[in-house]
Design a protein. Sequence first.
Length: 106
Amino acid sequence: MSARSKNKELFYIPGGKREEGKSDEQALVREIKEKILVDLVTNSIRYAETFRAQPDGKNSETIVKLTCYFTDFQGKLLPDAEIEEIDFIGYQNKSLCSLGSIKVMD
C-alpha cells in the first residue's frame, strides 16, 4: 500500500515520525489512522525489518530510517486530507515511489 501526498509526485509507504515517549506501535496506529483512515488491529502488529535510505530531494548525508511492520486493519482504505491518492504499487512500477519505498521493495 502506497500513498501520495498532495502536490507531490512520488508514492511512499504510509507512516510518520514517532512522538517522544511513544512506542513504534503507538506511532504506527496514529499515523495510519491519520493518513488512510483505517484502524489497525494492534495485536496483529509484527515487526518486519528496518531500512535506511536517502530521502528524496535531500543531500546525500541525510538518511531516513524506515521501521516497517505487518498488520491487519479494519475499515476501508481512504486517503485523508493531506493524501491525494493511495494505491498498491507493484515492483514493476517502483519508479513511481520514493527512494525509501524502493529500498523496502528491493
